[in-house]
Design a protein around this ligand. Structure first.
Ligand code: PLP
Length: 479
């Protein structure tokens, strides 16, 4: 590493990225390239001799950027957001600069200690119960993704119950969730060896705005117990992926507690909104949870990846995931006075991710982060008003945070209830390159999702997006 070269190239790269952000609106939001496009543009083999940074950047501009979907574009409204920010970016830079691998405390004490502190800070901002703080039996940890968070708590819950009832009872263990729960739970069950037929997917429909019904959970548990099964894990969601529905944590949590079930709350997207006092009630009942997860990288201005997980009983995670090979032994770990985050996650190696969250919290402050969330929710409300002002469209699920679910109303007698019509509208707006939205299916209907949450999005972008949707709808309905 040549410091002076790093300085020169680093400045060049920052300029390149700043220019990218300056011109981001000029690109097609959704990349329009065809599969395999890059093979035709790049050589078959790596260069034998060094090339100049300028040559590489020219290729990025001409060959890579056309294949980039611009998640940071203000015209990006698909899936859920994946925020970047100056503070998040600087934190990433610093983390890349140190490039430590902080699996044990000793490998970089600051990495572990900052993570513990920042997760405690955020737990306090979210007003999580004290049991989630590091001062007691619990604590927080940064995982790469919400999927990893779900997997590690499922493993901890599985092993905790199997320690009690014996390893050969795996086939009796039952997991509960709603049909709106993210597929990450299904994947976690596959990895954890949960029998597929023991994954109870409870129906959540429009009658409860797609939230899990506690009574259904209760019934399912009673049935399972009477058939000799062992209920052990419940995953509720605050802000489901399809429609941002909120499961009733309090009631579900009480049922889980009464049956000694590990209760995980997945608030990957909507957890960020709960830093605002007026949205905090969406996680009322979190006292009943065993673990809680949210992605700071979705909607809290922290560059990907930064998924936050809190548990009340860290020993359950550690008992499931710790290993102690000779080559990693060290005095601090042996004396049991430190946190070794390698025992709270799947991989050994881990990045210094707390830096970026720390920088986001310090450079913006909680009040600005709250205003940021409020502004997106206000923009989503405005978008919803636009939808309701045009009788050709309908809103199809309540808007709770910054996601609006809507569709074009199908003409009477439409054979597939508007499926093709809305599919075509989605395709038309996304191939226009002007905006990017995504879809889902709710109650058998093909639904369009408009998620406000990109950091650069302003009212003008929402209005422009609405115009794109209206214009394409006019063309389609004419056809
Ligand atoms: N849970 C919910 C509610 C989500 O919306 C998502 C992704 O959008 C996930 C989990 C998966 O997130 P990740 O990509 O961090 O695993």
């Amino acid at each position: 590493m040549d410091s002076e070269q790093l300085r020169e190239y680093g400045h060049q790269m920052v300029d390149f990225i700043a220019d990218y952000y300056k011109s981001i609106e000029s690109f097609s939001v959704l990349s329009q390239v065809k599969p395999g496009y890059l093979r035709e543009l790049l050589p078959d083999a790596a260069p034998k001799h060094p090339e100049s940074l300028q040559d590489v950047l020219n290729d990025v501009q001409q060959k890579i950027i056309p294949g980039v979907t611009h998640w940071q574009s203000p015209d990006y409204f698909a899936y859920y957001p994946s925020n970047s920010s100056t503070a998040g970016f600087l934190g990433e830079m610093l983390s890349a600069g140190f490039n430590i691998v902080g699996f044990s405390w000793v490998t970089s004490p600051a990495a572990t200690e900052l993570e513990v502190i920042v997760l405690d800070w955020l737990a306090k901002i979210l007003k999580l119960p004290n049991e989630f703080l590091s001062s007691g039996q619990g604590g927080g940890v940064i995982q790469g993704t919400a999927s990893e968070a779900i997997l590690v708590v499922l493993l901890a819950a599985r092993d905790k119950v199997l320690r009690k009832i014996g390893r050969n009872s795996l086939e009796k263990l039952v997991v509960y969730a709603s049909d709106q729960t993210h597929s990450a739970l299904q994947k976690a069950c596959q990895i954890a060896g949960i029998y597929p037929e023991n994954f109870r997917v409870l129906k959540a429909d429009s009658s409860t705005n797609y939230a899990l019904i506690p009574y259904q959970l209760h019934e399912a548990i009673i049935n399972d117990l009477s058939s000799g099964f062992i209920p052990f894990f419940l995953c509720a969601t605050v802000g489901t992926t399809s429609s941002a529905a909120v499961d009733p944590l309090s009631d579900l949590g009480k049922i889980a507690k009464a049956n000694d079930i590990w209760f995980h709350v997945d608030a990957a997207y909507a957890g960020s909104a709960c830093i605002c006092p007026e949205y905090r009630h969406h996680i009322d009942g979190i006292e009943e949870a065993t673990s809680f997860g949210m992605n700071a990288h979705k909607w809290l201005l922290t560059n990907f990846d930064c998924s936050l997980l809190w548990v009340k009983d860290r020993s359950a995670l550690i008992q499931s995931l710790s290993t102690n090979p000779e080559f990693l032994k060290n005095k601090a770990s042996q004396e049991n006075t430190v946190v070794d985050f390698k025992d709270w996650q799947i991989p050994l190696g881990r990045r210094f991710r707390s830096l970026k969250l720390w920088m986001v919290l310090r450079l913006y402050g909680v009040e600005n982060l709250q205003s940021y969330i409020r502004n997106h929710i206000k923009l989503a409300e405005q978008f919803m008003q636009l939808i309701t002002s045009d009788p050709r469209f309908e809103v199809v699920a309540p808007r709770t945070f910054s996601l609006v679910c809507f569709r074009l109303v199908p003409p009477e007698g439409d054979q597939d209830n508007g499926y093709k019509l809305n599919y075509n509208l989605l395709d038309a707006v996304n191939t226009s390159g002007k905006i990017f939205i995504s879809h889902t299916v709710l109650s058998g209907k093909f639904i369009l999702r408009f998620a406000v949450g990109a950091p650069l999005t302003e009212e003008s972008h929402v209005k422009a997006a609405w115009k794109v949707l209206q214009d394409q709808a006019t063309i389609l309905l004419r056809e």
